[in-house]
Design a binder for this molecule. Structure first.
Ligand code: 13P
Length: 279
């Protein structure tokens, strides 16, 4: 069933676990994640980057995500990831998104508050929920990382904007880590405490050691994003098939192991985040 960000985060909060949020790019990635979610009776978020919204890919992808969500027996939210401006937000809503992230983390603090509050109001009018970001989560390739999220600032941000959930910078980054990341668990706890319990989001979920993920969830992470791992599951499997002389050329058959590979990845992340059986 199709649910909103507000509903799915409320479920995570109520049952103290974390929603796995998978970045999807095409029909096969949607199928892999949904098959896993159905098998483990888990709520999941399917999210898309703004590039897909702006370049027209989502015109095809969004109906697939919506159909998958409506057919599924588990709660599924269709979410915009890292929306930079209101344009991408409006486009996503037009395509049927039931969750929005507005990422004003590269702006000044005041600008981030104003932009996020504006999009929160828009989302409130639709009753769907909005994710914000405080402390810019960069890439593993960045030479310098911004300062980690300040708990007092995060609390002030959450209060002023009214976000449904809040992405924070706590030692995480997008992409495959070159060495295991040091996630600041005490900082997660402090942000959570000072903000009066705002649900927190961990971006850069690919490659964070399992034990660290579990500790982060205990400390207050309620949504974890997984992008690069989805891409690797896809390309590693496709590459293996390409190297198999007995592979089928029919695209649907060629894609079967690829879908299976994404499903396996999704199964492992659903178990890790504690989402299994929470639908
Ligand atoms: P990874 O690609 O590192 O898993 O990060 C995904 C993400 O945080 C999307 O917003």
């Amino acid at each position: 069933m199709l649910v909103t960000l507000k509903q799915i985060i409320a479920l995570a909060e109520e049952k103290s676990f974390c929603i796995p949020a998978f970045n999807v790019y095409n029909m096969e990635s949607v199928m892999g994640v949904i098959y896993a979610a159905e098998e483990l009776k888990a709520p999941v978020i399917l999210q898309v980057y703004p590039r897909l919204i702006n370049q027209g890919t989502a015109d095809y992808l969004a109906p697939i995500v919506l159909e998958a969500a409506k057919r599924a027996s588990v709660p599924v939210c269709f979410h915009l990831d890292h929306g930079p401006t209101e344009i991408e937000v409006q486009r996503s809503l037009y395509l049927g998104a039931t969750g929005i992230m507005i990422d004003g983390s590269t702006h000044s603090y005041e600008e981030n508050v104003a932009l996020t509050r504006h999009i929160v109001e828009l989302c409130e009018a639709l009753n769907i929920g909005c994710e914000g970001e405080i402390g810019h989560v960069g890439s593993v390739n960045d030479d310098v990382m911004d300062e980690l999220t300040d708990p007092d600032e995060a609390a002030d941000f959450a209060k002023k904007t009214g976000v449904t959930c809040l992405a924070v910078l706590v030692g995480n980054a997008h992409g495959h880590y070159k060495k295991p990341p040091k996630i600041d668990i005490d900082r997660i706890k402090a942000i959570r405490e000072k903000s009066g319990g705002v649900p927190l989001v961990l971006h850069g979920g690919s490659g964070i050691p399992d034990e660290t993920v579990r500790e982060a969830i205990k400390a207050g992470i309620r949504k974890m994003n997984i992008g690069t791992d989805v891409c690797c599951a896809f390309s590693d499997s496709a590459l293996a098939s390409l190297n198999d002389p007995k592979r089928s050329l029919a695209i649907d058959l060629f894609m079967k192991p690829v879908i299976e590979s994404i499903k396996e990845l999704a199964l492992s992340k659903i178990r890790l985040t504690g989402a299994e059986g929470k639908a």
